[in-house]
Structures are given as structure tokens and as C-alpha cells.
Design a protein around this ligand. Structure first.
Ligand code: PA5
Length: 445
């Protein structure tokens, strides 16, 4: 079971001040549970893990098998909540190098539709030229420009390269049940499709087909992932006492830190496979809380890599930050530091030690140094990187986010600010329907 340790925040905020959140946290939990808070039409994620049926998982696994049987490469086309969850889980669980090998046991997973870079898309289409590839077109609205543009290119290339019939087999849509261009295309072309429930927002959708299908295609056990999330759903339930509920403690502590002037939360890992878990977390908390001119800024670093870049700022920069470390107890593999007769590098004092022991001491040493430097520190400990533990971690952060957003007093389930750039982009590109905005924006240039 994931655990949270907040002891190293207590030099900066008091234990009593965190304990004082109990009633507010309870109110936030009840508002989530009873659907009486802001954004209550987007609470489908709350009891999603425990409501996923075996039939649904079997359907996802069967589709994954079709893709695995027919594709060397699968492109996950989506942006924001429509790709980060899948990428976070797949990268956390994948071997860092086997995708480079000739013989692969699962399709190589590639991501597109999350940028509008011509070079990226050109290089992708070039790379795919001699590959048997398939595409998962993921968009809740079905109209997101980045994703639609990438999908337009990939659909054409897939049909040209593999023929219409095969393309139909290896293109899957994950979108709204009824509306949006992605739904219309899927129905017209006869693609296999999955529905993103209306009441689950993009950044809370990793345990819907949005995350589960790509994860299954990549060869990971989605039943175990969901089981981990179910476990955490129980551990963070509304009836679990405040002191024993890790998500409640996390939400209360980060809000108290924010109140005390710590405006930036840095999510830290000591394992590069967690990089995209941090990206997913950044979106979850940034888009949920950053509104009404308030909200903790979610940042992330990969240590020890970034200790050699951002470490200086964290140690001695402006004291407006705190860290939340994801600490992974057990590694998958064993590797000892070899002894060397010449010892020119002076590393023989480490000979015979596990590399992970060195990493763990870097982690501990960093925590102590940063706390000494004025950076409060929370630690989330997970046993290992497997489906079950990652499932727990995902749900822990989701429920923590729902509670935290309500403590902050915002609607954690909308994202009105995301529209501003789109309006300008469409006006600049003369999209039909944006004539007034086009005139207005031209006058500002
Ligand atoms: O969390 C969100 O709602 C957003 O980040 C969306 O996931 C993102 O904008 C993609 O939207 P869509 O799935 O409609 O293409």
C-alpha cells in the first residue's frame, strides 16, 4: 500500500495546522461523494475503478490483441488527458531499451497529436513508411486540432500503406458516445470504438479506455492496474479516518503549505521511468487547480539527473517551493558496482554495493539537504513499479486532487482557461465562424 510521510514538512508548518483541516477535508470528501460541489457533473472518475466490469476489460483486451497481432507500431493520437495517462503508465512499466531491439514482444508505442510540429509529424510519417502500424484516435471532444490534424495524416497513410480493409482493423477510436468529428468518422468508417464517459474529464480518464487500451496493447496487465486503483479507492474512502487517509493528508498538507507561502510543488522521482507520471500529475493538478488567480504551480524534476541542473535553484533559490518525492522501495533488477584494481575513479568504496543503494543514499541525502535549505518535503512511498502499485498511485493522485481543489475553493473539473489560445489560433488561421475574432486580432498585430 502506498504510504505518505509528511514529517519533514513540520519544521515549516505545524502538525496541528494540518490536523485542523479534518473538518474541511471531510466536507470536501462529502461534496465529492454526494455530488454537491462545484463541477459535480464530472465525478464519474470517483468510483470508476470499482465499477469497471470484467466484460469491459475483456473487450479492451480483445481489441488490444487485434492490434498486437497486426501492428509493429501503434500510434496513440491524443493530447493532454487523452494521452498522458497512457504514456505515464506505459513508460513507468516498460524496459528502457527493449523497444530499440529488433525482436519485440509488443508493438512499439508512439505518441502523436500532442503537438503541431511539422518536423515531428514529417519525421513520424517517414518513420512509419515501412512499418505495419495502427492508430488509436483519442479525443473526448473529437474536435481537438492537434489530434485531428495528426489523425488526418495517419489515417491517410495507414489506408495508403495497408489498404482500406486492414486500416479499418487497426484504427480504433476512443471518443464521445454521440458527438464530435472523431465519433462521426469512426461510425462512418466502421472503426472499433470505445466511449469516454460524459462525466469523466480528460485528465481523470486514465482508467477509461483512454488509458486502458494503449496500456493493454503495450502488454501490461490492466486488471492488476484497476485492482490497484480499487484498493486505493477503498483506502481513501470518505469513511476512512482523516489521519489514516493518505489522499486526505496530502490534500491538507499541500493546502497548508500553499497558505504558508509555498506556491510551487515539485514532484520528484529518482527513477527516470517516472518522468511521464510527473507529466500526467502536472496536468492533473495544474489544470484542476490553476484558476481564479490561485493554485499551486506543479513542477517536476527527475533526480539525480536534475540535481545537476535544477538542484542549485532548489537548494538556494527563492523559498517558495516544497517537494513531494515518489520513492520506489524495490527495483526490478540486481546490479552491483564492480571492484576495480586500479581504482582510478576512486569508486572502490562502493564495490559490491547495489546501484540502488547508491541511488537511495542520493535520495536520502537530497531530502536532508533540501529540508536544511528550507524546502519542506513530503514522501510518497510505493513498493515497486508494477501495474498494481501504479494503479494505486494514479487513484491516490486523482482523489487527492479532487479534495485539494475543493479545499482551495475552485472547480477542479473544468478548464476554461484552455480555450483562450484556441480562439486566437482559429482567428489567426481564419477558421470559418471566427470572422469577428479574425478582424479583431489582425488589428492587434
Ligand atoms: O483534461 C482535459 O480535459 C484536457 O486536457 C483534454 O484532455 C485535452 O484538451 C484533450 O481534449 P480532447 O480529449 O477533447 O481532445
Amino acid at each position: 500500500m502506498i504510504s505518505l510521510n509528511i514529517e519533514k514538512t513540520f519544521g515549516f508548518i505545524s502538525k496541528a495546522s494540518v490536523a485542523a483541516y479534518e473538518a474541511q477535508v471531510k466536507a470536501a470528501q462529502e461534496a465529492l461523494e454526494n455530488g454537491t460541489g462545484k463541477g459535480n457533473d464530472f465525478l464519474g472518475w470517483l468510483h470508476l475503478p470499482s465499477s469497471i466490469s470484467q466484460e469491459h476489460l475483456a473487450d479492451l483486451k480483445a481489441t488490444a490483441q487485434v492490434m498486437r497481432d497486426n501492428c509493429e507500431v501503434v500510434i496513440v493520437a491524443g493530447i493532454g488527458g487523452s494521452y498522458l495517462g497512457a504514456r505515464a503508465v506505459i513508460e513507468a512499466l516498460s524496459n528502457s531499451f527493449t523497444w530499440l531491439q529488433e525482436k519485440k514482444t509488443a508493438p512499439v508505442m508512439i505518441y502523436a497529436g500532442h503537438n503541431i510540429s511539422e518536423d515531428y509529424l514529417y519525421e513520424l510519417t517517414e518513420f512509419l513508411k515501412d512499418k505495419k502500424f495502427g492508430v488509436i484516435n483519442i479525443s473526448k471532444s473529437g474536435t481537438t486540432t492537434e489530434t485531428a490534424l495528426a489523425f488526418r495524416l495517419l489515417k491517410k497513410q495507414c489506408e495508403d500503406q495497408r489498404g482500406k480493409e486492414m486500416a479499418k482493423k487497426v484504427i480504433v477510436a476512443i471518443t464521445d458516445e454521440k458527438k464530435g468529428a472523431a465519433r462521426i468518422t469512426a461510425d462512418k468508417e466502421g472503426y472499433k470504438s470505445f466511449i469516454i464517459p460524459d462525466n469523466v474529464g480528460g485528465r481523470f480518464s486514465v482508467l477509461t479506455p483512454v488509458g486502458l487500451l494503449p496500456i493493454a496493447i503495450a502488454g501490461f496487465d490492466i486488471e492488476k492496474l484497476v485492482a490497484g486503483a480499487v484498493d486505493m479507492e477503498k483506502a481513501c474512502g470518505v469513511n476512512v479516518p482523516f489521519a489514516e487517509n493518505p489522499a486526505a493528508q496530502y490534500a491538507a498538507t499541500r493546502n497548508e503549505l500553499y497558505k504558508s507561502g509555498k506556491k510551487i510543488e515539485i514532484l520528484v522521482n529518482f527513477c527516470p521511468k517516472l518522468h511521464y507520471v510527473s507529466e500526467w500529475w502536472k496536468q492533473l493538478y495544474g489544470e484542476s487547480e490553476g484558476k481564479e488567480n490561485k493554485g499551486i504551480f506543479p513542477a517536476a524534476v527527475d533526480f539525480s539527473t536534475d540535481l545537476h541542473s535544477m538542484g542549485q535553484w532548489i537548494q538556494e533559490g527563492e523559498r517558495t517551493i516544497y517537494e513531494t518525492v515518489i520513492s520506489v522501495e524495490k527495483v526490478d533488477h540486481k546490479l552491483e558496482v564492480p571492484s576495480d584494481e586500479a581504482n582510478l575513479d576512486g569508486l572502490n568504496f562502493l564495490a559490491g554495493k547495489r546501484v540502488d543503494e547508491v541511488n537511495k543514499m542520493a535520495e536520502l541525502g537530497t531530502q536532508l539537504a533540501h529540508v536544511d535549505g528550507g524546502v519542506p518535503n513530503m514522501r510518497i512511498t510505493i513498493e515497486k513499479l508494477d501495474e498494481f502499485n501504479i494503479g494505486q498511485l494514479l487513484y491516490f493522485f486523482e482523489i487527492g486532487c479532487g479534495i485539494s481543489g475543493y479545499l482551495l475553493g475552485v472547480n477542479p473539473f473544468n478548464q476554461p482557461g484552455v480555450e483562450a489560445y484556441k480562439k486566437n489560433m482559429f482567428a489567426l488561421l481564419n477558421k470559418p465562424g471566427y470572422e469577428e475574432e479574425s478582424k479583431a486580432i489582425q488589428a492587434r498585430l
